[in-house]
Ligand binder design. Structure first.
Ligand code: SF4
Length: 273
């Protein structure tokens, strides 16, 4: 499902990443590079031509990325990757200059955030949303306490790819603005069980935290049966489960938009796959 042009923009200041945890095993960056026959190794982090995109201007002096956009940042790498340390300060400056836009990045390296922050970060930039990604209990127990201890204005937890039953309830409080959960995509995707998703949802409901089921993944297990779900239906099938909670009420923007979307072409529900 495409993101609507009117609200979103992408900004990938660098491309390529090194794998650091089980969730990286079938990283989509590696899969995409393979699909497009990239000549460079996916593990080689390099600056892209779009590096300064947020501050590029048109001939009339206005920014190429209009005011009010939600800019998905560094989705073909990890914004906190050490290989990119020398470039990041410039990115923070661009984010600050574009305080009229929101920047949203996900990271598996939240333990590096503190040493990567700019000197004027304070309690966080108002226009930066950080998603801490976890995929299993071990990584949740490592990353989420760090995530909660850091000065960040807007936090989301991205539980994806969900690889096992996880209890994140000890880390759920009002500092978390949303929990977004999904299974793994791709040919070799590991299975994601519906009850794991429902358990996390229940924890969110008990703490009154918005919960979003963003995609089923390619191998979805429900009631002991595995369903192979094509990429193009993984989001719409999650929508049809109808299990989101308080999405659209809070600040985190992506989910509100996706929640409003429907896929009329595909009528099956999770119950009827
Ligand atoms: S951290 Fe993200 S981008 Fe980097 S290898 Fe892992 S899954 Fe891929």
């Amino acid at each position: 499902m495409e993101r609507p042009e009117s609200i979103y923009a992408d900004w990938n200041p660098w491309h390529g990443c090194t794998k650091i945890s089980p969730g990286c095993k079938f990283c989509y960056v590696y899969r995409q590079d393979e699909m497009y026959g990239s000549a460079e190794a996916s593990s080689l982090c390099r600056k892209t031509k779009a590096f300064d995109m947020p501050v590029r201007k048109k001939r009339d002096g206005s920014y190429k990325i209009p005011s009010g956009k939600i800019i998905f940042t560094c989705f073909t790498s990890d914004f906190l990757l050490s290989d990119a340390d020398e470039w990041r300060d410039e990115c923070w400056k661009m984010m600050k200059e574009r305080s009229d836009c929101y920047f949203y990045f996900f990271t598996k390296r939240i333990d590096r955030l503190e040493k990567c922050l700019p000197s004027d970060w304070g309690e966080g930039y108002d226009n930066v949303i950080i998603g801490c990604t976890v995929e299993n209990q071990d990584r949740a127990d490592h990353r989420l306490p760090i995530f909660l201890s850091l000065p960040i204005k807007h936090r989301s937890v991205i539980v994806s790819p969900l690889l096992e039953s996880i209890d994140i309830s000890p880390y759920l409080d009002s500092r978390i603005e949303e929990v977004s959960v999904g299974g793994e995509s791709g040919r070799f995707a590991r299975p994601c069980h519906y009850e794991w998703i429902l358990d996390i949802r229940q924890s969110c409901i008990e703490k009154n935290i918005p919960f979003y089921f963003h995609q089923t993944g390619a191998n979805f297990v429900k009631d002991g049966r595995t369903y192979r779900i094509a990429r193009r239906f993984q989001r719409s099938q999650a929508r049809k489960a109808g299990i989101d909670f308080r999405i659209g009420e809070g600040f985190i923007p992506e989910t509100a938009e996706y929640n409003a979307e429907t896929d009329e072409d595909f009528q099956l529900t999770i119950d009827g796959i």
